[in-house]
Design a protein around this ligand. Structure first.
Ligand code: BG6
Length: 481
């Protein structure tokens, strides 16, 4: 047992995203999203899985939130499907969409669970893609703000914590560089940086609006942060670390926190002819918003190792492990800057994700030193194959070990002076993994479904009871190894 404790008001939580849990993809006036379309393309997802039914949270949200209450969860982070609010991205509000989220929020509040709302977790109205290319056009900025304002207005008295963007770095990289997410573009680097610039501006304008409308609320973005370690003390590898951090981490976090791009990387991209144009108006807007954000949201799964990568070295595109067969992922990098070999000191998951609990403390300390902002861990968890026994038990001791080790490091980070407000595991129930189907499970609650279907019945895993104890004891049940 640890001597450490989390403060009484610490937000022990769990997270989800609309497309991955809701299902009901055409119900009650919902419009079509980019993901509804993308999953129809042959070969894009694992065994052609879709979120059409997902884990049917749309119809079972009461049961799911009752389970959260039984567990003692303090906060529930979920995202809103833009297409339920504006089926065509803008125009007339779909009242039944608003009502659905109103019900979720009320259900949470009824049980003393603080709702934490993500405005955008990757499901863009397809109508906006058809009209002007979605994130590729600056027109999306005002549509995004308009959508956000409707939600702020509807829920301002009930929701305190808001997240503008989920993992902008991931949805843009997979959407415009590796073609694995919509719109499925490959190596479109200039557009990739432009799309990111639009997303930054949408985030920034939204933050400013938010502060006008809900001055006491808290807002930030959630970033998929992979801290890095240089492979050794050779200066050329140390240089690869700073290049990696600038290009893969600070490019986003510096904009959220400072309102500007890292200079060295901007120069590098400018020389390549792919840097986004930043007007003086943009610069003023980004800076003004950066001064107003309340926290850095961090989705933490793994760290990276950096090593110098010669000009004729590995490129950015390689096989990604989406099957759960260990060792099938490939090493990638940016020629002339860095590559990311595996870490010989650490184990990996079946999907080749490095398991590094101490990296979570490292991430918190880096953010604290660099940005001096409070932190919300908006996602952390283990994707694994789970087995339900004949008598409906799920003995996920590996997940308990993973979460225990991460929470322990988080408690140490707090003890060492980091201001951490919340820890949301990914995820509460099992859900659809965008590219890995239903077999990669993250939840405390097992959902009886696979790629083909299932009863959708819920079963509590061993980790459910473990987290219940952690919450109840303010972390006293966490062990040190
Ligand atoms: C994050 C996303 O990237 O990681 C989630 O915000 C996602 O939506 C989670 O599901 C786990 O990733 P994966 O690929 O294992 O489902």
């Amino acid at each position: 047992m640890t001597e450490l404790r989390m403060p009484k008001d610490f937000l022990w939580g769990s997270a989800s995203a609309a497309y991955q849990i809701e299902g009901a993809h055409k119900e009650d006036g919902k419009g079509t999203s980019n993901w509804d379309e993308f999953v129809q393309i042959h070969g894009k997802t694992f065994k052609e899985t879709t979120g059409e039914v997902a884990v049917d949270h749309y119809h079972r949200y009461k049961e799911d939130i009752a389970l959260m209450a039984e567990m003692g969860l303090k906060t529930y982070r979920f995202s809103i499907a833009w297409t339920r609010i504006f089926p065509n991205g803008r125009g007339e509000v779909n009242e039944s969409g608003l009502e659905f989220y109103q019900n979720i929020i009320d259900e949470c509040l009824k049980h003393g669970i603080e709702p934490m709302v993500t405005l955008y977790h990757w499901d863009l109205p397809q109508a906006l893609v058809g009209e002007y290319g979605g994130w590729e056009s600056e027109q999306v900025i005002d549509d995004y703000v308009n959508y956000a304002v409707v939600l702020f207005d509807a829920f301002k008295d009930k929701v305190k914590y808001w997240i503008t963007m989920n993992e902008q770095n991931i949805f843009t990289t997979l959407g415009w560089m590796t073609a694995q997410h919509p719109p499925g573009k490959f190596d479109d680097e200039k557009m990739y940086y432009l799309v990111n610039h639009h997303a930054f501006l949408a985030h920034a304008k939204t933050v400013l609006k938010f502060k006008e409308m809900i001055p006491d609320g808290k807002i930030g973005a959630s970033f998929a942060y992979s801290p890095s370690y240089a492979i050794n003390a050779d200066p050329i590898h140390a240089m690869s670390k700073i290049d990696f951090d600038n290009l893969k981490n600070f490019w986003w976090m510096d904009v959220y926190a400072y309102g500007r791009y890292p200079k060295n990387t901007y120069r590098y991209l400018e020389k390549k002819g792919v840097a986004p144009i930043v007007t003086s108006e943009d610069a003023v807007l980004l800076e003004a918003a950066a001064k107003q954000i309340d926290f850095m949201g961090v989705n933490y799964y793994q760290t990276s190792v950096t090593e110098y990568n010669p000009l004729d070295g590995v490129g950015p595109y390689g096989e990604m492990n989406t099957s759960g067969k260990k060792g099938t992922g490939e090493i990638t990098g940016i020629p002339g800057l860095f590559k990311n070999p595996s870490n010989p000191h650490l184990e990996t998951t079946d999907w080749d994700w490095t398991i590094d609990p101490m990296g979570l403390r490292y991430a918190c300390k880096e953010i604290t030193s660099r940005y001096n902002l409070p932190i919300i861990i908006s996602e952390n968890g283990l994707g694994a194959f789970d087995n339900k026994t004949e008598d409906n038990q799920i003995h996920d001791d590996y997940r308990i070990a993973y979460l225990n080790a991460h929470v322990y490091e988080l408690m140490k980070a707090v003890d060492e002076g980091c201001d951490v407000w919340a820890y949301c595991t990914w995820s509460f129930t099992d859900l659809l993994s965008w590219l890995n189907g239903y077999q990669k499970r993250y939840g405390f609650v097992y959902v009886d479904r696979d790629e083909e279907g299932g009863s959708l019945d819920r079963y509590k895993k061993d980790s459910f009871y473990w987290y219940q104890d952690v919450i109840q004891s303010d972390g006293a049940t966490i062990t040190e190894e």
